[in-house]
Design a protein around this ligand. Structure first.
Ligand SMILES: Nc1ncnc2c1ncn2[C@@H]1O[C@H](COP(=O)(O)OP(=O)(O)O)[C@@H](O)[C@H]1O
Ligand SMILES: Cc1ncc(COP(=O)(O)O)c(N)n1
Length: 264
C-alpha cells in the first residue's frame, strides 16, 4: 500500500484539516500518516482559536514517519505561519520527500484567516519551488498574486502561479460558475470538468481534493489522470456533504459514495 503524509492542522469539527485528509486517504486506497503543525478550535460555523505548535514539532513528526513508514507523497494544508512553513520546507528538502502537493490554505469556508499575512512570502520563497503541484482555489490564487482574478483570467493566473516555482498548478473551481478545475503544467491548460452539486456542505472540499491528488500521484497515476480523479473524489464528497452536521456549511463526506455503492 502506498503511503501519503499530511502535514496540516487539526479541525476539532473534523470537516477539514488533518481529519478530512485521513478520510480522503482511506477513500483513495492509500495509507495515511500525519504531522500535525497546529490545532484549531473549530466547528462548521467558525474558528474560535488557533494554537500553532513550535516548528520543531512538525519536523519531529515528519522524520518519525519518513524513517520507519516511508513517504510516497506529501500533502501540505494549513501551515499557519512562516516558521512552520520554513521548517516543513527544510524537512521535505533534506529527506527528499517525493510528490509534494501544496494546498496554500489561507481562509476557512467560514471566513477565518488561517495564514498569517507575513507567511505568504515564505511560501513563495521556500515551499512552492519544491512542489510537484500547487492547488489554490480562486480566492487563494487571488491572494497569492495580489490581483483580482475574474473567471476569464484563470489561465493567466495559473501561468503566473507557475512562475512561483511549482512543476504544475491546479486552480480549483468550486467557487466558479462552471465548477471546473484548471490544470497547467507549463505546456498546456486542461479544464477538468464534472458534476457541479448545489450543496452548501463543502467544508473540507479543498482538503479532500489535495489529499486525493497526492494519493493518486503516490499510486503512480500521471498528473492529468490524478487531477481528474481528485476532482471526482472531491466532487462526490461535496455531493454527499452532511447538512445535518452542525449549523454552518456541513462537512463533506469522502466515503459517502463508497458506502452507498456498497449497499450500507
Ligand atoms: N459544488 C461543487 N460541486 C462539485 N465539485 C465541487 C463543488 N465545490 C467544490 N468542488 C470540487 O472540490 C474541490 C475543491 O474545490 P474548491 O471549492 O475550489 O476548494 P476550497 O474548498 O479550498 O475552497 C475541487 O476539485 C472542486 O472542483
Ligand atoms: C484546520 C483546517 N485546515 C484547512 C481548512 C480549510 O478547509 P477547506 O478544505 O474547506 O478549504 C480549515 N477550515 N481548517
Amino acid at each position: 500500500m502506498k503511503r501519503v503524509l499530511s502535514v496540516a492542522t487539526s479541525d476539532s469539527g473534523a470537516g477539514a484539516g488533518i481529519q478530512a485528509d485521513l478520510k480522503a486517504f482511506l477513500r483513495c486506497g492509500v495509507y495515511g500518516t500525519t504531522a500535525v503543525v497546529a490545532t484549531t478550535a473549530q466547528n462548521t460555523v467558525g474558528v474560535t482559536d488557533i494554537y500553532p505548535f513550535p516548528p520543531g514539532v512538525a519536523v519531529g513528526q515528519i522524520e518519525a514517519v519518513a524513517e520507519d513508514i516511508g513517504v510516497d507523497a506529501v500533502k501540505t494544508g494549513m501551515l499557519f505561519n512562516a516558521g512552520i512553513i520554513s521548517a516543513v520546507a527544510g524537512a521535505v528538502r533534506r529527506l527528499g520527500l517525493p510528490n509534494l502537493v501544496v494546498d496554500p490554505v489561507m481562509v476557512a469556508e467560514s471566513g477565518a484567516e488561517l495564514l498569517e499575512p507575513a507567511a505568504v512570502e515564505t511560501y513563495k520563497e521556500e515551499l512552492f519551488p519544491l512542489a510537484r503541484v500547487l492547488t489554490p482555489n480562486v480566492n487563494e490564487a487571488f491572494a497569492l498574486l495580489g490581483e483580482p482574478v475574474d473567471e476569464g483570467g484563470i489561465e493567466d493566473c495559473a501561468a503566473a502561479l507557475l512562475e512561483l516555482g511549482p512543476e504544475a498548478v491546479v486552480v480549483t473551481g468550486g467557487h466558479t460558475s462552471a465548477g471546473a478545475d484548471l490544470l497547467y503544467d507549463g505546456l498546456r491548460f486542461e479544464r477538468i470538468e464534472g458534476p457541479v452539486h448545489s450543496s452548501q456542505n463543502t467544508h473540507g472540499a479543498g482538503c479532500t481534493h489535495s489529499s486525493a491528488l497526492a494519493s493518486f500521484l503516490a499510486r503512480g497515476f500521471g498528473l492529468l489522470e490524478a487531477a481528474r480523479r481528485a476532482r471526482e473524489v472531491a466532487s462526490e464528497a461535496v455531493g454527499y456533504g452532511l447538512a445535518e452536521i452542525g449549523a454552518g456549511a456541513g462537512p463533506v463526506h469522502a466515503l459517502g459514495g463508497v458506502l452507498e455503492r456498497g449497499g450500507r
